[in-house]
Design a protein around this ligand. Structure first.
Ligand SMILES: [Zn+2]
Length: 219
């Protein structure tokens, strides 16, 4: 990921080396930014209990408590330098919009583990027609028979363009395939399409008949 800097004049957090006409100060390099971002998603989506974080039923955690818990309980040697500003910078500038902040609290915007029983009120998308889901060839036979289930997550994650679905799929293996899904078919089958971010949609279940086609990027 790109480095995060802070403007020495106005205090803005930015990926740019210049701000307000002067050079900015480095606060987080790209490598640490990805590492800490992954830790934050793990704690906020899957396991706040790993460091004793209190999470409410909408997924919110206190930013102060998160910083303190990561510094003292996750890995004191690795994160003794961590401040609130690093966490805020990662959340604010995240290219995928994985985090949300409000009143000193932070939460993952999507991707929660089912077992956490987090309930976020998402807006409903009544307009979108076509959605995409990246998966692997191995999973395809089961999916064409049973549809797409959320597995250990609360929702099935869908995206608005095939390129992004492909990026998700290749993380799970080399034999990535992309499924093209009819959003109207989901609605006809009683499944709401929810807006997680400008790029990500959520639904409870994709029945097999709503999969319009399978795109094999290699062929
Ligand atoms: Zn500035």
């Amino acid at each position: 990921m790109r480095n995060i800097y802070k403007c020495t004049i106005c205090g803005a957090l930015t990926e740019d080396v210049m701000h307000c006409g002067v050079q900015t100060r480095l606060i987080l390099d790209g490598g640490l930014r990805s590492k800490l971002g992954r830790l934050m998603t793990y704690l906020l989506r899957h396991n706040p209990g790993a460091i004793g974080l209190a999470m409410d039923h909408e997924g919110w955690v206190s930013i102060d408590e998160l910083v303190d818990a990561v510094r003292t309980r996750w890995n004191p040697k690795a994160y003794s330098w961590l401040t609130k500003e690093h966490v805020i910078a990662i959340a604010l500038l995240d290219p995928k919009g994985r985090f949300e902040m409000r009143n000193g609290m932070i939460r993952a915007r999507y991707g929660h583990n089912k077992s956490l029983n987090v309930n976020i009120k998402y807006e409903i998308d009544d307009a979108v027609k076509t959605l995409y889901h990246g998966t692997t060839k191995e999973a395809l036979t089961r999916i064409m028979r049973e549809g797409i289930k959320p597995m250990n997550r609360k929702y099935v994650h869908l995206v608005l363009n095939p390129e992004e679905a492909y990026e998700v799929a290749i993380r799970h293996g080399n034999d990535a395939v992309i499924l093209r899904i009819s959003a109207d078919c989901l609605r006809k089958n009683g499944q709401q399409v929810l807006i997680a971010t400008d790029r990500i949609r959520l639904t409870n279940y994709v029945p097999p008949q709503c999969i319009e086609s399978v795109i094999n990027p290699r062929s």
